[in-house]
Design a protein around this ligand. Sequence first.
Ligand SMILES: [Zn+2]
Ligand SMILES: [Zn+2]
Length: 403
Amino acid sequence: MAFTADLHLHSRYAYACSKNLTLANMAAWAKLKGIDLLSTADYTHPAWLAELEANLTPVDNGVYQFEGVRFVLGTELSCVFKQGGRSRRVHLLVYAPNLEAVYGIRRMLDGLDTKLNGDGRPTVRVSARDLTARLLDINPACIVVPAHVWTPWYGVLGSKSGFDSLDECFLDMTPKIPAVETGLSSDPAMNWSVPTLAGKTIVSFSDAHSLPNMGRELTVFQGDAGYRDLSLGLRENRVERTLEFFPEEGKYHLTGHRKCAISQTPGETRQAGTGCAKCGRPLTLGVLHRVMELSGGETVTQDKLGEDAARRSFTRLTPLVELLAHTMGKGRAAKTVAQAYHSICTELGGEVRALTQATFEDLKRAGGEALAVAITKVRDGRVEIVPGFDGQYGTVRPWDNGA
Ligand SMILES: [Zn+2]
Ligand SMILES: [Zn+2]
């Protein structure tokens, strides 16, 4: 048994997030995509929590249901604090085993003068270490997972306001951190090459700010879609695989300066330095650069993993809507693209199945030959990549020439 989970989501109460992120819409999109377990997101926000309380039905310990879709209580907290003489900003995903724990977390955050009725992803003025200790005091079954750990500004290992190791950030609480989230700009192989992450489970979720982006990265856990097997999955690395963006498509993969259209590989940065060749200001160091720094220059790639059984496989995906826009010669937001997307997902049992498992013949029947060819090329890694940098998404396209 296995379940597909997206446990980094936001509601319409989080800043910069779509007003369409309602429970009903989230459940409908989970079905369309084929996701078994969602995070409720934003449970510290009073209005959203009231909606959760009114609409979710308990299924089992720590797992709730809405219109046939399962949810666990999960949110993101933004820690802003000083440590080691520097300002730090670290985002944490926090899962709670029940509503009582959520009420306890809200009281604790209230006591720290945290504004809970603004952003669904509130800013907490306490260190990531202390927040972790307080959360586990409320209920030891709470789970803390650092979010998008490589993101320059809000990742625990990010180049701007992060740390060089989990130990440096979490101190004595480090063993209580079971897992880390890769973020879009890195994949599990890049993370396996970093010594500070040894023994931590590597997970991938979408961090979607809109419905179509739900499930753009996912983790497949062993067991039954609920809190117990989620907890075991994170603590004991019972992960079957993750479904990943190409890390180059993430918006912080390479080092660069968006305004100056400068982007550099780690090799180029070693030669040219970390100042912008155009404006002279410091470049935003990318995730690949940072991973190289913290791995001592050795990065593992998927093809070099060999027979290491402890390291499960992962699958690189390109969102179906992007492949449709490409093969139809339309924009992502075009009505015909949305219609094709819905009909393919409905016919093939969800986007995840269409991208990873559907046969060429099924894809051809549901979406036409060009789409079947495009999906096959992405599965085989036959893609053209322009890497992202300094907040600009990269692009991944199936090869245009040849079959
Ligand atoms: Zn975040
Ligand atoms: Zn510049």
